[in-house]
Design a protein around this ligand. Structure first.
Ligand SMILES: [Zn+2]
Length: 1012
């Protein structure tokens, strides 16, 4: 058995400096790595043949065996056993092998299955004595690399390095031995010699493009031109050019920003990839540079500062491109079921409309028409997608839907819908959102048929409720946790009317503003009639919340918004659910108003809700200015206008608005004299100045003397002169006011009786708040004259000295006659020209205001002294049960000619009151003071005793100096004094049957007339 001897390669590795063949600028040559292989198999494969005796040829490459015995330098080839042997003693004959035609730089020489033995060393290189010309076996540092082995077994060896060789300086395989006598053996058995070497060859590769760069003529593109001159360059580019255009197209408006862009595709494909650019935009109309790419309609210039870096050279350019954002054409779509792919499109652009079913509605048809031409526009349908090309006009989208409804929940009859259940309410809300053609139920009436509890809001910003909602007296309970502003049963309205509804429930407002107990936001006119709102609103806002008991926000849109609330009661509560004394800016009826809001409240009642500071119903931050909380409406930022008519509140700790009222379980005095309510608002019934709600009575603190606060909180008073029985209650504490309005119609030259609860001068009366002083004169009772033929004349004397009526002070609580100098619907009192000084209101003696002027008999002019002239602040009735003892002794003042007690009464007379007569507050009457009955039993006798009293009493007005100026008569019902143009009197007050024919001075129509 042969033992394989370990090959012990002591190679000296001399790392030759790698001579990297520089890639020369001359691109016509290149280094090619080749191999030459000699199959040392004795000619078995015929790949290597022997030429003559000493040259091995393999593919034209020659390996020559040289020695000093030319006759014997043979190479022995034995194909039968794949053997090659270089004969002779290779040492003694000085033999070596030479690659005679190898040209290039040798990198590697590999031997396989080499048989090399008998004390020899092998060198591969050029000169075995010059180590720098040798290749080496990796890891060996010997001057030779391959010692022979004492075995005939074949082995392998690889020599590496870098060594330039040529036929004149050839690569050799050389040998040495320390023993020149040895008969060394060098041969192969089925081996190879492989030489790897680099040669410089002509370069036929395509070197690729080589570009130069330039902007085009219009400076909106960069053109790269290939200038590569190599014959082997197959450029492939059209005109040897590629273009990078700066692109910005005209686009239709779509709400988005529009960017210009460098189209780098062609450059990138041509290997130009290092491109940097900074883009900017200018508005062409203003020439201003924009911070961002434009998004609105206009004309623009985009600029790109571009740097193209190519083969380490930077090429800077500035490109510009103009483009427009055009209005384009749009689809007019009022259906939330349809979405349109584009806000606007240019003519010819493809537009897609997508249909989404929102409830159980059925789409019956879709029609597109030109908005200008009316032309039908063709589309293609694919499922729920409709596609068309935009014409050169806007497109109107119209669709036909049917909406099935469940008649258990809601029914429809013509324009009236009737909600029966909460599901019906939900249908109502959903239908409003979904059915664009319904237009928020505009022109429709929605009735409520039952009490229901709901959690869905009706109406939205895009689909506000616009119709009429009639609760028919039912209760809508709305419970909601706020997730946006303006939460309310009716979230957003526009032009709506809501009536006869009781709204209640709880809205947890949290951090959100402008909750409303009934309506969240009126974004258009709103009318609320005859409603009761008990909704409670909680808030966690520590600041201005703007919640409204009934309406959260009256919101300006693009026109004045009127909000009219009539006959409504708020008995809900607004509270902070966490903190005491923090939430403000709320209103009992309206929480906030925008600048152009106009709120008009009539016959409304604010009832203070119940706080529970221990039960998370913490009180609001009370105060008395607009920024805090207001009884009826809160004016945020002082915005909006408000008007209150006959609106009452029962206690407030916020800004007072309307009139303070007293709540009572008992009917007020004289309530029995009310007939039907003045106005029946359903939940709330109004009787003059008395309101009845939920079995309780609400009356102004001073009755028909109404303390009233304007929307800004300014206090004033109104005295209502009406047929209502409330009257003026005692004002025991003087009430200071800057002005007072006495609502009573006055007719020029038609005298009236009057008594007022404050001192005034005639100069204090103004027709309007800043108008002229009213004309007219005041007269006081002077006494009764008796004239022949049982004629009695009440003499009324102008107050003050002659001509001083303007300046003389009329006394509070004193009966007068007033002769108006002009027509007026009311008298307006201020303290003369000193508006700010004000005056005091009080009733004297706390006698419910029933005052009289008694004749004391001191004026001898008048023979009778048994008459009193009395004024009243209470309506006064004469009947079998009320003041019966006065019947027959009381004379009212006839304001018009009429039949009383089957007798013709002429206007201008005092007439005797009969049972059933009454007189209004602030009016006066004459009463016979003689032979007064002491008790009711004397009624019959008293009637007899007054039998002689006249049926009517003529009134004579005299000037301060005693001159008769007018004669007239008193209405049992109105207390008005008038002067009949048909009646003629002598200056003594004797009434004539007609116009006199005798010469003289007479009184006619309240004036002196001279008959000649
Ligand atoms: Zn090219």
């Amino acid at each position: 058995m042969k033992t394989r001897v370990k090959l012990s390669f002591h190679l000296i590795l001399t790392l030759a400096v790698m001579l990297t063949m520089a890639q020369t600028a001359w691109a016509a040559t290149k280094i090619e790595t080749r191999t030459a292989t000699w199959y040392m198999d004795g000619g078995a494969s015929s790949n290597t043949i022997v030429q003559g005796t000493h040259v091995l040829n393999s593919g034209g490459m020659t390996l020559e065996y040289k020695n000093n015995n030319t006759a014997a330098n043979t190479i022995y080839m034995n194909p039968s056993n794949n053997q090659v042997v270089f004969r002779l003693n290779i040492i003694s004959c000085g033999g070596f092998l030479e690659f005679t035609n190898l040209q290039g730089t040798v990198k590697k020489v590999e031997f396989t299955n080499v048989r090399f033995y008998n004390d020899m060393q092998m060198y591969v290189g050029k000169d075995k004595n010059d180590n720098s010309t040798l290749l080496h076996v990796a890891g060996n540092a010997s001057d030779y690399d391959f010692p022979s082995i004492d075995s005939q077994e074949p082995g392998n060896a690889t020599f590496e390095g870098s060594l330039a060789v040529s036929p004149s300086s050839p690569l050799r395989i050389m040998f040495s031995s320390s023993n020149s006598e040895t008969s060394g053996y060098f041969g192969f058995r089925d081996g190879t010699i492989v030489v790897t070497y680099d040669v410089e060859v002509e370069n036929t590769d395509d070197p690729g493009h080589s570009f130069t760069f330039a902007a085009n003529a219009s400076s909106d593109a960069i053109i790269a031109t290939c200038t590569e001159g190599s014959a082997y360059h197959n450029c492939g580019l059209t005109n040897r050019q590629v273009t990078m255009p700066f692109e910005a197209n005209d686009v239709p408006y779509d709400g988005f920003r529009h960017y210009a862009s460098l189209n780098q595709t062609a450059f990138n494909n041509a290997g130009i990839t290092n491109i940097a650019a900074i883009l900017s935009y200018k508005d062409k109309s203003t020439n201003e540079t924009l911070e961002n790419p434009p998004a609105v309609i206009g004309s623009y210039t985009a600029t790109a500062s571009v740097t193209v870096t190519y083969k380490e050279t930077a090429h800077p350019f500035t490109l510009t491109k103009d483009f427009d954002i055009l209005a384009g054409f749009k689809v007019n779509n009022n259906y939330s079921q349809f979405s349109v792919s584009k806000i606007s499109a240019l003519e010819g652009d493809e537009v897609t409309i997508t249909y989404t079913q929102l409830m159980d509605e059925i789409l019956e048809g879709l029609t597109l028409t030109g908005a200008t031409s009316g032309n039908n526009i063709a589309y293609t349908q694919s499922g729920n997608t409709y596609t068309f090309n935009m014409p050169a006009e806007d497109v109107n989208l119209s669709a036909t839907f049917t909406y099935p409804l469940n008649e258990n929940n809601i029914t429809q009859s013509g324009d009236t819908y009737t909600i029966k259940t909460a599901e019906g309410w939900n249908y109502f809300c959903q239908r409003m959102e979904v059915d664009g053609d319904l237009n928020g139920f505009s022109g429709k009436t929605v009735m409520l048929d039952d009490n229901i509890t709901v959690t869905t809001m009706a109406g939205s910003t895009t689909r506000p409720f616009k119709g009429m909602f009639d609760g028919d007296g039912h209760t809508l309970t709305f419970n909601y946790t706020a997730d946006m502003p303006n939460c309310a049963p009716f979230h957003i309205t526009n032009g709506a009317t809501i009536r006869n509804l009781h709204a209640t429930g709880l809205i947890e407002g949290g951090i959100w503003h402008n909750m409303g107990g009934l309506v969240g936001s009126a974004s258009g006119n709103l009318t609320i009639e005859n409603c009761r709102v008990s909704t409670q609103i909680s808030s966690t806002i520590n600041g201005e919340a703007g919640h409204g008991g009934i309406v959260g926000y009256v919101q300006y849109t693009n026109y004045l918004v009127d909000c009219n609330i009539t006959g409504c009661v708020y008995d809900g509560l607004i509270y902070n659910s966490n903190t005491w004394n923090q939430t403000y800016g709320c209103g009992g009826f309206v929480g906030a108003m925008s600048q152009y809001a106009n709120v008009d409240l009539t016959d409304c009642l604010f009832l203070h809700g119940q706080y529970d500071n221990n039960g998370n119903k913490c009180e609001l931050y009370w105060g008395y200015d607009n920024d805090r909380n207001s009884t009826f409406f809160h004016r945020s930022n002082g915005y909006g206008e408000g008007k209150l008519t006959n609106c009452f509140y029962v206690s407030t700790r916020g800004l007072k608005q309307g009139s303070p009222a007293v709540e009572s379980a008992d009917a007020p005095d004289n309530f029995a004299h009310f007939g039907d309510p003045t106005t029946d608002h359903g939940f709330l019934k109004v009787y003059g100045h008395t309101m009845v709600f939920d079995g309780k009575y609400y009356t102004p603190t001073c009755g028909d003397l109404v303390e009233t606060y304007s929307y800004s909180g300014d206090k004033s008073y109104i005295i209502e002169y009406d047929d209502m029985p409330l009257g003026i209650k005692d004002v025991k504490t003087k009430q200071r006011t800057k002005y007072l309005r006495y609502n009573r119609p006055f007719t020029k030259d038609k005298a009236v009786t009057i008594m007022l609860p404050f001192d005034f001068r005639k100069n204090d009366i103004r027709r309007g708040e800043y108008d002229n002083i009213s004309e007219g004169k005041f007269y006081e009772f002077a006494g009764i004259e008796e004239v022949p033929i049982n004629m009695w004349i009440a003499v009324m004397k102008e107050v003050g000295e002659e001509g001083s009526n303007e300046e003389t002070t009329m006394k509070a609580n004193t009966p007068y006659l007033f002769m108006p100098g002009e027509n007026a619907n009311y008298l307006y009192f201020t303290n003369g020209d000193d508006y700010d000084q004000g005056f005091d209101i009080f009733t004297e003696g706390y006698e419910r205001g029933n005052k009289q002027t008694e004749y004391d008999g001191s004026d001898g002019t008048y023979s009778w002294n048994k008459w009193n002239f009395k004024g009243t602040y209470q309506p006064r009735y004469w009947s079998d049960s009320e003041n019966p003892e006065e019947i027959g002794k009381v004379y009212g003042f006839a304001g018009a000619t009429k039949d009383v007690d089957e007798k013709h009464v002429v206007a201008g007379d005092f007439v005797r009151a009969k049972s059933g007569a009454k007189i209004r507050p602030t009016s006066c009457y004459l009463m016979w003071a003689g032979s007064e009955p002491s008790n009711a039993r004397a009624l019959t006798r008293s009637a007899a005793a007054t039998e002689d009293l006249p049926q009517r009493i003529t009134v004579k007005l005299v000037s301060a100096s005693g001159e008769t100026t007018a004669i007239g008569t008193l209405d049992t019902k109105t207390g008005e004094l008038s002067f009949d143009s048909e009646s003629w009197y002598t200056l003594d007050g004797v009434r004539l049957s007609g116009k006199p024919s005798s010469k003289g001075i007479y009184i006619n129509n309240g004036k002196m007339v001279v008959i000649k």
